[in-house]
Ligand binder design. Structure first.
Ligand SMILES: Cc1cc2nc3c(=O)[nH]c(=O)nc-3n(C[C@H](O)[C@H](O)[C@H](O)COP(=O)(O)O)c2cc1C
Length: 385
Protein backbone atom coordinates (compact mmCIF):
# COMPACT_ATOMS: atom_id res chain seq x y z
CA UNK A 1 0.00 0.00 0.00
CA UNK A 2 1.40 3.36 -1.06
CA UNK A 3 0.77 6.19 1.39
CA UNK A 4 2.77 8.88 -0.36
CA UNK A 5 5.30 8.64 -3.20
CA UNK A 6 8.00 7.62 -0.75
CA UNK A 7 6.10 6.10 2.19
CA UNK A 8 4.85 2.54 1.88
CA UNK A 9 2.85 0.32 4.20
CA UNK A 10 4.52 -2.96 5.20
CA UNK A 11 2.37 -3.97 8.18
CA UNK A 12 0.34 -7.13 8.75
CA UNK A 13 -3.19 -8.19 9.75
CA UNK A 14 -3.68 -10.58 12.66
CA UNK A 15 -6.84 -12.70 12.65
CA UNK A 16 -5.38 -15.30 14.99
CA UNK A 17 -5.23 -13.17 18.14
CA UNK A 18 -7.85 -14.20 20.71
CA UNK A 19 -7.28 -11.50 23.32
CA UNK A 20 -5.28 -8.39 22.45
CA UNK A 21 -2.93 -7.40 25.27
CA UNK A 22 -4.23 -10.39 27.19
CA UNK A 23 -7.73 -8.98 27.80
CA UNK A 24 -9.41 -7.21 24.86
CA UNK A 25 -11.65 -9.20 22.52
CA UNK A 26 -10.94 -8.21 18.93
CA UNK A 27 -13.67 -9.75 16.77
CA UNK A 28 -12.21 -8.13 13.66
CA UNK A 29 -8.60 -8.95 14.48
CA UNK A 30 -5.75 -6.51 14.82
CA UNK A 31 -3.32 -4.69 12.53
CA UNK A 32 0.34 -4.21 13.40
CA UNK A 33 1.45 -1.36 11.18
CA UNK A 34 4.95 -0.73 9.92
CA UNK A 35 6.14 1.64 7.21
CA UNK A 36 9.08 2.10 4.88
CA UNK A 37 10.29 5.57 3.89
CA UNK A 38 12.28 5.45 0.64
CA UNK A 39 14.79 8.23 0.13
CA UNK A 40 18.57 8.55 -0.33
CA UNK A 41 18.58 6.71 2.98
CA UNK A 42 15.81 4.23 3.68
CA UNK A 43 14.05 4.00 7.03
CA UNK A 44 11.74 1.30 8.39
CA UNK A 45 9.29 2.55 11.02
CA UNK A 46 8.84 -0.07 13.77
CA UNK A 47 8.51 -3.84 13.49
CA UNK A 48 5.46 -6.08 14.08
CA UNK A 49 4.20 -8.81 16.41
CA UNK A 50 6.25 -12.00 16.88
CA UNK A 51 3.71 -14.11 15.00
CA UNK A 52 4.31 -12.31 11.69
CA UNK A 53 8.08 -12.25 11.21
CA UNK A 54 8.21 -13.80 7.75
CA UNK A 55 5.23 -11.93 6.33
CA UNK A 56 6.61 -8.61 7.53
CA UNK A 57 10.17 -9.25 6.29
CA UNK A 58 8.69 -10.34 2.93
CA UNK A 59 6.67 -7.10 2.79
CA UNK A 60 9.83 -5.08 3.40
CA UNK A 61 11.82 -7.04 0.81
CA UNK A 62 9.03 -6.55 -1.75
CA UNK A 63 9.18 -2.79 -1.26
CA UNK A 64 12.96 -2.46 -1.05
CA UNK A 65 14.00 -4.75 -3.89
CA UNK A 66 17.79 -4.93 -3.74
CA UNK A 67 18.10 -1.90 -1.48
CA UNK A 68 19.02 -2.31 2.17
CA UNK A 69 17.38 -0.30 4.93
CA UNK A 70 19.69 2.25 6.53
CA UNK A 71 17.60 2.86 9.64
CA UNK A 72 15.09 1.03 11.80
CA UNK A 73 13.20 3.63 13.83
CA UNK A 74 11.79 2.18 17.05
CA UNK A 75 9.09 4.41 18.49
CA UNK A 76 7.66 2.00 21.04
CA UNK A 77 8.96 -1.16 22.72
CA UNK A 78 5.68 -3.02 23.31
CA UNK A 79 6.22 -6.45 21.77
CA UNK A 80 3.31 -6.15 19.32
CA UNK A 81 5.53 -3.58 17.58
CA UNK A 82 9.06 -4.38 18.71
CA UNK A 83 9.17 -8.19 18.78
CA UNK A 84 11.06 -8.44 15.49
CA UNK A 85 13.93 -6.05 16.12
CA UNK A 86 16.47 -8.85 16.58
CA UNK A 87 15.13 -10.85 13.59
CA UNK A 88 15.31 -7.73 11.44
CA UNK A 89 18.90 -7.05 12.51
CA UNK A 90 19.88 -10.61 11.58
CA UNK A 91 18.54 -10.08 8.06
CA UNK A 92 19.86 -6.51 7.76
CA UNK A 93 22.96 -6.38 10.02
CA UNK A 94 24.17 -3.10 8.52
CA UNK A 95 21.08 -1.18 9.64
CA UNK A 96 21.30 1.43 12.38
CA UNK A 97 18.58 1.35 15.03
CA UNK A 98 17.23 4.83 15.80
CA UNK A 99 15.65 5.23 19.24
CA UNK A 100 15.91 7.14 22.51
CA UNK A 101 17.78 6.24 25.72
CA UNK A 102 14.78 4.68 27.41
CA UNK A 103 14.02 2.58 24.34
CA UNK A 104 17.57 1.27 24.15
CA UNK A 105 17.41 0.45 27.87
CA UNK A 106 14.28 -1.62 27.31
CA UNK A 107 15.68 -3.18 24.12
CA UNK A 108 18.60 -4.64 26.07
CA UNK A 109 16.16 -6.28 28.48
CA UNK A 110 13.90 -7.67 25.75
CA UNK A 111 16.78 -8.91 23.58
CA UNK A 112 19.50 -10.02 25.97
CA UNK A 113 21.71 -11.62 23.32
CA UNK A 114 21.47 -8.92 20.65
CA UNK A 115 24.71 -7.09 20.03
CA UNK A 116 23.93 -3.38 19.59
CA UNK A 117 27.55 -2.20 19.56
CA UNK A 118 28.03 0.36 16.77
CA UNK A 119 24.51 -0.23 15.44
CA UNK A 120 22.58 2.47 17.25
CA UNK A 121 21.74 6.13 16.83
CA UNK A 122 20.38 7.65 20.01
CA UNK A 123 18.07 10.62 19.44
CA UNK A 124 16.87 13.31 21.83
CA UNK A 125 13.48 14.98 22.04
CA UNK A 126 13.05 17.38 19.10
CA UNK A 127 16.11 16.08 17.24
CA UNK A 128 15.96 15.36 13.53
CA UNK A 129 17.31 12.78 11.13
CA UNK A 130 17.71 13.61 7.44
CA UNK A 131 17.06 10.78 4.99
CA UNK A 132 17.54 12.92 1.88
CA UNK A 133 14.58 15.08 1.08
CA UNK A 134 12.69 13.66 4.09
CA UNK A 135 13.56 15.03 7.51
CA UNK A 136 12.25 13.07 10.48
CA UNK A 137 11.77 14.90 13.78
CA UNK A 138 11.31 12.87 16.94
CA UNK A 139 8.88 14.10 19.59
CA UNK A 140 8.91 12.25 22.89
CA UNK A 141 5.52 11.22 24.22
CA UNK A 142 6.31 9.70 27.62
CA UNK A 143 3.47 7.65 29.11
CA UNK A 144 1.39 7.66 25.97
CA UNK A 145 1.22 4.96 27.21
CA UNK A 146 4.73 3.61 27.95
CA UNK A 147 7.63 5.79 29.13
CA UNK A 148 9.87 5.37 26.07
CA UNK A 149 7.24 6.27 23.44
CA UNK A 150 8.12 8.83 20.81
CA UNK A 151 6.29 9.91 17.68
CA UNK A 152 7.93 10.98 14.45
CA UNK A 153 7.06 13.86 12.13
CA UNK A 154 8.07 13.82 8.49
CA UNK A 155 7.99 17.48 7.48
CA UNK A 156 8.39 16.70 3.76
CA UNK A 157 5.21 14.65 3.32
CA UNK A 158 3.63 16.20 6.45
CA UNK A 159 3.09 12.79 8.00
CA UNK A 160 2.84 12.09 11.72
CA UNK A 161 3.91 8.57 12.69
CA UNK A 162 1.88 8.53 15.88
CA UNK A 163 2.94 5.26 17.60
CA UNK A 164 -0.11 3.82 19.43
CA UNK A 165 -1.88 7.20 19.28
CA UNK A 166 -4.86 7.24 16.89
CA UNK A 167 -4.80 3.44 16.76
CA UNK A 168 -7.81 1.16 16.94
CA UNK A 169 -8.74 -2.49 17.27
CA UNK A 170 -9.50 -4.34 14.03
CA UNK A 171 -7.46 -5.60 11.08
CA UNK A 172 -7.20 -3.42 7.98
CA UNK A 173 -8.97 -5.92 5.71
CA UNK A 174 -12.22 -5.42 7.66
CA UNK A 175 -14.39 -2.35 7.07
CA UNK A 176 -15.74 -0.88 10.30
CA UNK A 177 -16.48 2.41 12.01
CA UNK A 178 -13.35 4.11 13.39
CA UNK A 179 -14.86 5.84 16.41
CA UNK A 180 -16.17 2.86 18.40
CA UNK A 181 -13.14 0.62 18.13
CA UNK A 182 -10.72 3.54 18.48
CA UNK A 183 -12.58 4.65 21.63
CA UNK A 184 -12.54 1.13 23.11
CA UNK A 185 -8.83 0.92 22.32
CA UNK A 186 -8.00 4.40 23.64
CA UNK A 187 -10.05 4.24 26.85
CA UNK A 188 -8.90 0.70 27.61
CA UNK A 189 -5.21 1.09 26.88
CA UNK A 190 -4.33 4.78 27.06
CA UNK A 191 -7.27 6.19 29.10
CA UNK A 192 -5.30 6.62 32.32
CA UNK A 193 -2.87 9.00 30.63
CA UNK A 194 -5.12 11.90 29.61
CA UNK A 195 -2.73 14.70 30.69
CA UNK A 196 0.14 13.13 28.73
CA UNK A 197 -2.05 12.83 25.62
CA UNK A 198 -3.11 16.46 26.02
CA UNK A 199 0.56 17.46 26.06
CA UNK A 200 1.17 15.51 22.86
CA UNK A 201 -1.89 17.05 21.18
CA UNK A 202 -0.54 20.52 22.02
CA UNK A 203 2.77 19.60 20.38
CA UNK A 204 0.92 18.17 17.37
CA UNK A 205 -1.10 21.38 17.02
CA UNK A 206 2.11 23.23 16.09
CA UNK A 207 2.73 20.90 13.12
CA UNK A 208 1.16 20.86 9.68
CA UNK A 209 -0.14 17.27 9.64
CA UNK A 210 -1.78 15.92 6.47
CA UNK A 211 -1.55 12.19 7.22
CA UNK A 212 -1.45 10.19 10.46
CA UNK A 213 0.28 6.79 10.37
CA UNK A 214 -0.51 4.94 13.61
CA UNK A 215 0.82 1.55 14.69
CA UNK A 216 -2.70 0.04 14.69
CA UNK A 217 -5.73 0.74 12.53
CA UNK A 218 -6.04 2.63 9.28
CA UNK A 219 -3.77 5.36 8.00
CA UNK A 220 -5.76 8.57 8.46
CA UNK A 221 -5.69 10.82 5.41
CA UNK A 222 -8.92 12.84 5.49
CA UNK A 223 -10.96 14.80 7.99
CA UNK A 224 -8.11 14.75 10.52
CA UNK A 225 -9.96 17.33 12.63
CA UNK A 226 -12.48 14.63 13.53
CA UNK A 227 -9.85 12.28 14.99
CA UNK A 228 -8.02 15.09 16.76
CA UNK A 229 -11.29 16.30 18.30
CA UNK A 230 -12.11 12.78 19.56
CA UNK A 231 -8.66 12.51 21.12
CA UNK A 232 -9.08 15.92 22.73
CA UNK A 233 -12.45 14.90 24.25
CA UNK A 234 -11.24 11.51 25.44
CA UNK A 235 -7.99 12.78 26.93
CA UNK A 236 -9.67 15.67 28.76
CA UNK A 237 -12.38 13.35 30.17
CA UNK A 238 -15.16 15.46 28.66
CA UNK A 239 -18.58 13.99 27.92
CA UNK A 240 -18.59 12.90 24.28
CA UNK A 241 -22.37 12.49 23.84
CA UNK A 242 -25.55 12.75 25.90
CA UNK A 243 -26.77 9.40 27.19
CA UNK A 244 -27.06 6.99 30.09
CA UNK A 245 -25.07 3.81 30.67
CA UNK A 246 -26.63 1.27 33.02
CA UNK A 247 -24.18 -1.37 34.20
CA UNK A 248 -25.42 -4.16 36.44
CA UNK A 249 -24.55 -7.34 38.29
CA UNK A 250 -27.37 -9.71 39.17
CA UNK A 251 -27.41 -13.30 40.42
CA UNK A 252 -31.09 -14.27 40.48
CA UNK A 253 -32.48 -11.62 38.14
CA UNK A 254 -34.15 -9.12 40.48
CA UNK A 255 -31.52 -6.41 40.02
CA UNK A 256 -31.66 -7.07 36.29
CA UNK A 257 -35.45 -6.55 36.46
CA UNK A 258 -34.90 -3.15 38.13
CA UNK A 259 -32.51 -2.20 35.33
CA UNK A 260 -35.03 -3.19 32.70
CA UNK A 261 -37.72 -1.10 34.38
CA UNK A 262 -35.36 1.88 34.55
CA UNK A 263 -34.31 1.52 30.90
CA UNK A 264 -37.95 1.39 29.82
CA UNK A 265 -38.82 4.47 31.87
CA UNK A 266 -35.86 6.35 30.37
CA UNK A 267 -37.04 5.43 26.91
CA UNK A 268 -40.62 6.50 27.69
CA UNK A 269 -39.34 9.83 28.95
CA UNK A 270 -37.36 10.34 25.74
CA UNK A 271 -33.86 10.04 27.20
CA UNK A 272 -31.50 10.43 24.18
CA UNK A 273 -29.49 7.20 24.42
CA UNK A 274 -29.52 4.34 26.92
CA UNK A 275 -27.07 1.43 26.86
CA UNK A 276 -27.28 -1.49 29.26
CA UNK A 277 -24.43 -3.84 30.21
CA UNK A 278 -24.60 -7.11 32.10
CA UNK A 279 -21.10 -6.95 33.55
CA UNK A 280 -20.77 -10.73 33.81
CA UNK A 281 -21.66 -11.35 30.18
CA UNK A 282 -21.06 -8.28 28.04
CA UNK A 283 -17.70 -6.94 26.92
CA UNK A 284 -16.15 -5.18 29.90
CA UNK A 285 -14.00 -2.93 27.66
CA UNK A 286 -17.10 -1.73 25.79
CA UNK A 287 -18.87 -1.03 29.10
CA UNK A 288 -15.83 0.96 30.27
CA UNK A 289 -15.56 2.90 26.99
CA UNK A 290 -19.27 3.77 27.04
CA UNK A 291 -19.05 5.05 30.62
CA UNK A 292 -16.48 7.56 29.31
CA UNK A 293 -18.48 8.27 26.18
CA UNK A 294 -21.72 9.27 27.92
CA UNK A 295 -22.36 11.70 30.74
CA UNK A 296 -24.50 9.60 33.06
CA UNK A 297 -23.97 6.22 34.65
CA UNK A 298 -26.22 4.00 36.75
CA UNK A 299 -24.57 1.19 38.69
CA UNK A 300 -26.79 -1.62 39.95
CA UNK A 301 -25.33 -4.40 42.09
CA UNK A 302 -26.34 -7.14 44.44
CA UNK A 303 -24.82 -7.07 47.90
CA UNK A 304 -22.34 -9.93 48.06
CA UNK A 305 -20.74 -10.98 51.33
CA UNK A 306 -21.25 -7.44 52.67
CA UNK A 307 -19.47 -6.17 49.57
CA UNK A 308 -20.40 -5.84 45.88
CA UNK A 309 -20.47 -8.48 43.16
CA UNK A 310 -16.95 -9.21 41.76
CA UNK A 311 -17.73 -8.01 38.21
CA UNK A 312 -19.01 -4.68 39.55
CA UNK A 313 -15.88 -4.29 41.66
CA UNK A 314 -13.74 -5.00 38.63
CA UNK A 315 -15.77 -2.53 36.54
CA UNK A 316 -15.51 0.35 38.99
CA UNK A 317 -11.78 -0.32 39.36
CA UNK A 318 -11.43 -0.05 35.57
CA UNK A 319 -13.21 3.32 35.67
CA UNK A 320 -11.34 4.85 38.60
CA UNK A 321 -7.95 3.59 37.34
CA UNK A 322 -8.65 5.54 34.16
CA UNK A 323 -9.48 8.75 36.06
CA UNK A 324 -13.25 8.56 35.63
CA UNK A 325 -14.54 12.09 36.32
CA UNK A 326 -16.95 14.87 35.28
CA UNK A 327 -19.94 12.49 35.26
CA UNK A 328 -23.29 11.92 37.03
CA UNK A 329 -23.78 8.60 38.83
CA UNK A 330 -26.88 6.90 40.23
CA UNK A 331 -26.93 3.75 42.38
CA UNK A 332 -29.22 0.74 42.73
CA UNK A 333 -28.49 -1.84 45.40
CA UNK A 334 -30.05 -5.18 46.25
CA UNK A 335 -29.69 -7.46 49.26
CA UNK A 336 -31.74 -10.04 51.13
CA UNK A 337 -30.80 -9.07 54.69
CA UNK A 338 -28.42 -6.10 54.88
CA UNK A 339 -28.00 -4.36 51.50
CA UNK A 340 -24.91 -2.14 51.45
CA UNK A 341 -23.81 -2.25 47.81
CA UNK A 342 -24.63 1.45 47.28
CA UNK A 343 -22.34 2.52 50.11
CA UNK A 344 -19.53 0.31 48.84
CA UNK A 345 -19.93 1.50 45.24
CA UNK A 346 -20.00 5.17 46.28
CA UNK A 347 -16.88 4.76 48.42
CA UNK A 348 -14.93 3.49 45.42
CA UNK A 349 -15.33 6.90 43.74
CA UNK A 350 -14.09 8.88 46.77
CA UNK A 351 -10.98 10.06 44.92
CA UNK A 352 -12.77 10.69 41.60
CA UNK A 353 -13.06 14.33 40.54
CA UNK A 354 -16.30 16.15 39.80
CA UNK A 355 -18.83 13.36 40.35
CA UNK A 356 -22.46 14.44 40.72
CA UNK A 357 -24.61 11.92 42.59
CA UNK A 358 -28.28 11.49 41.77
CA UNK A 359 -30.57 12.34 44.69
CA UNK A 360 -32.37 9.03 44.26
CA UNK A 361 -30.69 5.79 45.34
CA UNK A 362 -32.78 2.65 44.97
CA UNK A 363 -32.58 0.05 47.75
CA UNK A 364 -34.15 -3.29 46.82
CA UNK A 365 -34.85 -5.94 49.44
CA UNK A 366 -34.66 -9.13 47.32
CA UNK A 367 -37.33 -8.21 44.75
CA UNK A 368 -38.89 -5.00 43.42
CA UNK A 369 -41.49 -3.38 45.69
CA UNK A 370 -44.06 -0.79 44.58
CA UNK A 371 -41.93 1.80 46.35
CA UNK A 372 -38.92 0.69 44.29
CA UNK A 373 -40.91 1.23 41.07
CA UNK A 374 -41.66 4.79 42.19
CA UNK A 375 -37.99 5.32 43.07
CA UNK A 376 -36.96 4.07 39.63
CA UNK A 377 -39.38 6.55 38.13
CA UNK A 378 -37.81 9.37 40.14
CA UNK A 379 -34.35 8.19 39.11
CA UNK A 380 -35.43 8.23 35.44
CA UNK A 381 -36.80 11.78 35.89
CA UNK A 382 -33.48 12.95 37.32
CA UNK A 383 -31.50 11.28 34.54
CA UNK A 384 -33.66 12.81 31.82
CA UNK A 385 -33.41 16.35 33.18
C1 LIG B 1 -22.79 -15.56 47.91
C2 LIG B 1 -23.84 -14.56 48.26
C3 LIG B 1 -23.59 -13.60 49.22
C4 LIG B 1 -24.55 -12.66 49.56
N1 LIG B 1 -24.28 -11.74 50.52
C5 LIG B 1 -25.24 -10.86 50.92
C6 LIG B 1 -24.99 -9.89 51.92
O1 LIG B 1 -23.88 -9.77 52.43
N2 LIG B 1 -26.00 -9.08 52.31
C7 LIG B 1 -27.25 -9.15 51.75
O2 LIG B 1 -28.13 -8.40 52.13
N3 LIG B 1 -27.51 -10.06 50.77
C8 LIG B 1 -26.53 -10.89 50.33
N4 LIG B 1 -26.78 -11.82 49.34
C9 LIG B 1 -28.12 -11.89 48.79
C10 LIG B 1 -28.32 -11.14 47.51
O3 LIG B 1 -27.72 -9.88 47.53
C11 LIG B 1 -29.80 -10.97 47.30
O4 LIG B 1 -30.44 -12.25 47.25
C12 LIG B 1 -30.19 -10.15 46.10
O5 LIG B 1 -31.59 -9.95 46.16
C13 LIG B 1 -29.85 -10.84 44.80
O6 LIG B 1 -30.28 -10.01 43.74
P1 LIG B 1 -30.50 -10.62 42.28
O7 LIG B 1 -31.87 -11.24 42.22
O8 LIG B 1 -30.38 -9.46 41.36
O9 LIG B 1 -29.42 -11.60 42.05
C14 LIG B 1 -25.81 -12.72 48.96
C15 LIG B 1 -26.05 -13.65 47.93
C16 LIG B 1 -25.09 -14.55 47.58
C17 LIG B 1 -25.37 -15.53 46.47
Amino acid sequence: MQITNDILYVGVNDHKVDLFEGQYVVPNGMAYNSYVIRDEKTAVMDTVDAGFTKEWLDNIAAVLGDAKPDYLVVQHMEPDHAANIENFMKVYPETTIVANTKTFGMMKNFFRDMDLEGRTLEVGNGESLTLGKHVLTFVFAPMVHWPEVMVTYDSTDKVLFSADGFGKFGALDVEEDWDCEARRYYIGIVGKYGPQVQKLLKAAATLDIQIICPLHGPVLTENLGHYLEKYDIWSSYKVESEGVVIAYSSVYGNTKKAVEVLAQKLEEKGCPKVTVFDLARDDMAEAVADAFRYGKLVLASVTYNADIFPFMKFYIDHLTERNYQNRTIGLIENGSWAPNAAKVMASKFEKSKNITWLDTTVKIMSSLSDENIEELDKMAEELCK
